[in-house]
Design a protein around this ligand. Structure first.
Ligand SMILES: Nc1ncnc2c1ncn2[C@@H]1O[C@H](COP(=O)(O)OP(=O)(O)O)[C@@H](O)[C@H]1O
Ligand SMILES: [Mg+2]
Length: 456
C-alpha cells in the first residue's frame, strides 16, 4: 500500500453563508454562551451538539448517528459546521447533500461509500530516518544534456540544512529537486527529507524570518533541535478515501508508453470494492501493529429525506461495520414517505430501524430578536452596513418566511442601497428588495392562486 505520496482529497465546503460561524460557543462546562463564536441562541441544540463532540473526541461515538431535525433556517447546517470546527482539522469532516447520490454516472451506493471513506481518518506514525533543518542554501547544479540536444539538465542539488545543533551540506539526486520545486521550498524554510524515499516535506517558514513580512497564510516553525541527520517520528493524517485514490492510480513507470497510457485512460480512476477490502486489510494490520490509529470522523448528510430506501439500507449496514464514521443527518421534514418505498410513511422520511439508533437534536424557530442578531452578524461578515430599522424589517420578513431567506436578502438590499446613493442599508431598501423577490411560501401561494395560468 502506498502512503508516502498520498494527496489529501478533502472536499471544499460550500460554507459561504456560514462563514461567520467559528464554533459552538460553549463555556468550559459545555454550557452555551448566548452569543458566541458566531452563534446566537438555539442553546439546547448547541449544548447537545457539544456533548456529541465530546463523545466523538473520546471515541465513544463510532458507528452511531445523530439527526438534526427542525424547520428550514433554524441553523441545522450551521450547527453541524460548528461541530466540525470544534473537532478541529485532524478529525475528518465530510459534508454532502442527500441528493448527491442521484448522479447519472455513478451508482448511488458508490457515492455513499466514497463519502463514508472520506470521513474516516487514519493517523499513521512511523519512525523515519530524515534530514531536517532550515534551508540555508539551495543550488541546483546543471550540466549539458547528456543526450545532446538543447537545454541543460540538473545533475544534482546542493542543499544546506541548519538546526540548533549544527549544519550539514547535502548533495542530492535530481529527482529530489523536483519534489523541492513542487513543495516550493526556498531558503529560510524548515523542511525534512526522508532518507529512504527522498520525499520532501515543507513544514513551514523558520520563525527567525517571522518579522520579515507578515503573511497570515504562512506558518512559522521553530528551528529544529538535534542533528540534521536523525530518526524522527513522522505523523501523517490521511483518510481512507485518500488511500483508495492513491492506490487506484495507474502505477506505470516513467517511460513514454506508460505516460501515454495514463493520458488516454479516463481521468476518473476506478476504486473497486476489492481494492477497498485490500486497503482495509492493510489498515487493520497497521492498527494491530500499533503503527496506525483509526480516527473516525464525521459524515454530514444534509437534506437526508432525499435518500431512498436502498441507500438507507446500505447506510445502515455500513454503520454496523467495524470501520465506520459518525454520521450526522439533517432534515426539515416531518412525517413523510420514505423515498422508493411509497407506502411507508415515517418520521423525517427515514426508515424506523435507522431512526431507532439515532440521537435526535431538535432546532427551534428563532424569535425576532435572535434573527436580528444573526442578521447583524451576517452583515458584519459580509462587510455591509445596515441600520437598526432595516434589521427589524428583515427579521420581520424572516419570521414570516425563513431566516435563510432574510439572510439572502442582505446582498441585494446592499445593492439597492448603493443605487439609491446610500452607504447604509435602510428599511426602504429591504422593503424594495422584498417586493422584487419572492420567498418560497409566497411563491407557492401565488402558484396555487393562479393554477390555471401555469403549465402542468
Ligand atoms: N444560531 C445561529 N447563529 C448564527 N447564525 C445562524 C444560526 N442559525 C442559523 N444561522 C445562519 O442562518 C442561515 C440559515 O441557517 P441554516 O443553518 O442554513 O439553516 P437550516 O440548515 O436549518 O435550514 C445560515 O446563514 C446560518 O449560518
Ligand atoms: Mg441546511
Amino acid at each position: 500500500m502506498k502512503i508516502e505520496e498520498v494527496k489529501s482529497t478533502v472536499k471544499t465546503q460550500r460554507i459561504s453563508s456560514h462563514s461567520h460561524i467559528k464554533g459552538l460557543g460553549l463555556d468550559e462546562n459545555g454550557v452555551p454562551i448566548p452569543v458566541a463564536a458566531g452563534l446566537v441562541g438555539q442553546e439546547e441544540a448547541r449544548e447537545a451538539a457539544g456533548i456529541v463532540v465530546e463523545m466523538i473526541k473520546s471515541k465513544r461515538m463510532a458507528g452511531r448517528a445523530v439527526l438534526m431535525a427542525g424547520p428550514p433556517g433554524t441553523g441545522k447546517t450551521a450547527i453541524a459546521l460548528a461541530m466540525a470546527q470544534e473537532l478541529g482539522s485532524k478529525v475528518p469532516f465530510c459534508p454532502m447533500v442527500g441528493s448527491e447520490v442521484f448522479s447519472s454516472e455513478i451508482k448511488k451506493t458508490e457515492v455513499l461509500m466514497e463519502n463514508f471513506r472520506r470521513a474516516i481518518g487514519l493517523r499513521v506514525k512511523e519512525t523515519k530516518e530524515v534530514y531536517e533543518g532550515e534551508v540555508t542554501e539551495l543550488t541546483p547544479v546543471e550540466t549539458e544534456n547528456p543526450m545532446g540536444g538543447y537545454g541543460k539538465t540538473v545533475s544534482h542539488v546542493i542543499i544546506g540544512l541548519k538546526t540548533a545543533k549544527g549544519t550539514k551540506q547535502l548533495k542530492l539526486d535530481p529527482s529530489i529537486h523536483e519534489s523541492l520545486t513542487k513543495e516550493k521550498v526556498e531558503v529560510g524554510d524548515v523542511i525534512y527529507i526522508e532518507a529512504n524515499s527522498g520525499a520532501v516535506k515543507r513544514q513551514g517558514r523558520s520563525d527567525t524570518y517571522a518579522t520579515e513580512y507578515d503573511l497570515e497564510a504562512e506558518e512559522y516553525v521553530p528551528l529544529p533541535k538535534g542533528d540534521v541527520h536523525k530518526k524522527k517520528e513522522v505523523i501523517q493524517d490521511v483518510t481512507l478515501h485518500d488511500l483508495d485514490v492513491a492506490n487506484a492510480r495507474p502505477q506505470g513507470g516513467q517511460d513514454i508508453l506508460s505516460m501515454m497510457g495514463q493520458l488516454v485512460k479516463s481521468k476518473k480512476t476506478e476504486i473497486t470494492d476489492k481494492l477497498r477490502m485490500e486497503i482495509n486489510k492493510v489498515v487493520n494490520k497497521y492498527i494491530d501493529q500499533g503503527t496506525a490509529e483509526l480516527v473516525p470522523g464525521v459524515l454530514f448528510i444534509d437534506e437526508v429525506h432525499m435518500l431512498d430506501i436502498e441507500t438507507f439500507t446500505y447506510l445502515h449496514q455500513a454503520l454496523e461495520s467495524s470501520i465506520a464514521p459518525i454520521v450526522i443527518f439533517a432534515t426539515n421534514r416531518g412525517r413523510c414517505e420514505v423515498r422508493g418505498a411509497e407506502d411507508i410513511i415515517s418520521p423525517h422520511g427515514m426508515p424506523l430501524d435507522l431512526l431507532d439508533r439515532l440521537l435526535i437534536i431538535r432546532t427551534l424557530p428563532y424569535d425576532k430578536n435572535e434573527m436580528s442578531q444573526i442578521l447583524k452578524l451576517r452583515a458584519q461578515t459580509e462587510g455591509l452596513n445596515i441600520d437598526n430599522d432595516a434589521l427589524v424589517q428583515l427579521s420581520h420578513i424572516g419570521a414570516n418566511s425563513t431566516l435563510r431567506y432574510s439572510v439572502q436578502l442582505l446582498t441585494p438590499a446592499s445593492l439597492t442601497a448603493k443605487v439609491n446613493g446610500r452607504a447604509i442599508i435602510s428599511k426602504e431598501d429591504v422593503i424594495e428588495v422584498s417586493t422584487l423577490f419572492l420567498d418560497a411560501k409566497s411563491s407557492s401561494k401565488i402558484l396555487s392562486q393562479h393554477k390555471d395560468k401555469y403549465m402542468k
